[in-house]
Design a protein around this ligand. Sequence first.
Ligand code: GDP
Length: 445
Amino acid sequence: MNDTIAAISTATGVGAISIVRISGDEAFDIVNKIFDRNIYSFKSNTINYGHIIEGDKIIDEVLVSIFLAPKTYTKEDIIEINSHGGISVTNKILELLLTNGARLAEPGEFTKRAFINGRIDLIEAESVMDLIDAKTESARKMAINGVYGRLSKKINKLRDKALDIVSNIEVNIDYPEYEDIEVMTIEDIKKYSIELNEEIDDLLKTSESGKLIKEGINTVIIGRPNVGKSSLLNRLLDEDKAIVTDIPGTTRDIVEGSIRLNGILINFLDTAGVRKTTNTVEKIGVEKSLSLLEKADLVLLVLNNNEELTNEDRDLLEKTKDKKRIIVVNKSDLDEKLELDLPYVKVSAEKNDIEELLNKINELFKLEDINSGDMTYISNAREVALLKQAKESSENLINALENGIPIDMLEIDIRNIIDSLGEITGESYDNELIDKLFSRFCLGK
Ligand code: GDP
């Protein structure tokens, strides 16, 4: 028998309502001890009025939602207590549940039980977390597709195809002499394998969009002092009413802020303030900016339209040449003194003329295409890594087929494809990995 687990499922703090949730075989027994009505008399899927009590003292006036196993989130009995919001009320109710026999749930343990008890697969579980974390409408759409099993369906279809190939290979091996059994010829196997490889590849390609939707585009604004980096960031952020946070660095401030462009978060990191510091600090600042470049998905290298190219500019152009970058020539409202034979966009932070830059970001990352897709994308790093493994095995399989490797040797590659795809949905799983995965969830989910 599993422990009965309890946790506060709503965010901590003051609010109109809070929910304390309990799941497990003893959920009814435990709640019955602290509720002033007979909990067993309630039907499943009903909400019931009453009081949480401790002895003869009333703790709170509540509504309890009753969910009888197995048609519940965890497939176990669940009771949710809707109490008045507030730290002291919710903590007291949780404490009463714990002193009457429940155990405090670990982060994500309700969802982990939903997975272990076979109600949802691993993709669906991970998507629940993505849904909670979603900061944009696109991220929400992508996550809900995962929660509703649309991505799982795609993975299962690929796995079924691989299973189909392997079963035909087995028939070929086991009954080579029976001509009346319909078996796949090597040519058929080759055709199906190429198809499978293409389908895996198509799904893998969606991971680029998936990553952008989930994490946004990490963009570093770089350039020498006074070219207008801070002004540009302020314009970008003002434009889209973004939140600006100042993260005090040890030597100077880094300003960070995000905007939504076509539903995708663009996270800007400005290397502001360098010019206000002494030379030594300035040096450290520049080094820090350069180290930020390593992790950036996009670099905005800002130059001044009103000045000739300096050696520092040339140095930055060289250092960012292999990155995905946009050269932004700022101060277009001033006389043109800059000469540059590289592609660039022209803006004026001062005059709020930054349209060209936004269009370029859109174009570079094909943001419009991302949002017009079906949003059933693979985005989770674990899932992407396993899909890449499946792709590698499917390429090995095709190579083997092309090189005329004996049929029984092909089975290893197909088995690897099946295993990798199965791990994505959690068909097969490792306990340690599962514990690690769910520990990243929030408490009470
Ligand atoms: P940073 O050191 O690169 O962050 O540069 P700032 O954003 O602090 O700007 C340096 C100076 O350039 C300030 O006096 C700004 O007002 C000015 N500036 C910034 N953008 C423009 C622009 O588009 N046109 C003009 N004329 N001045 C600008």
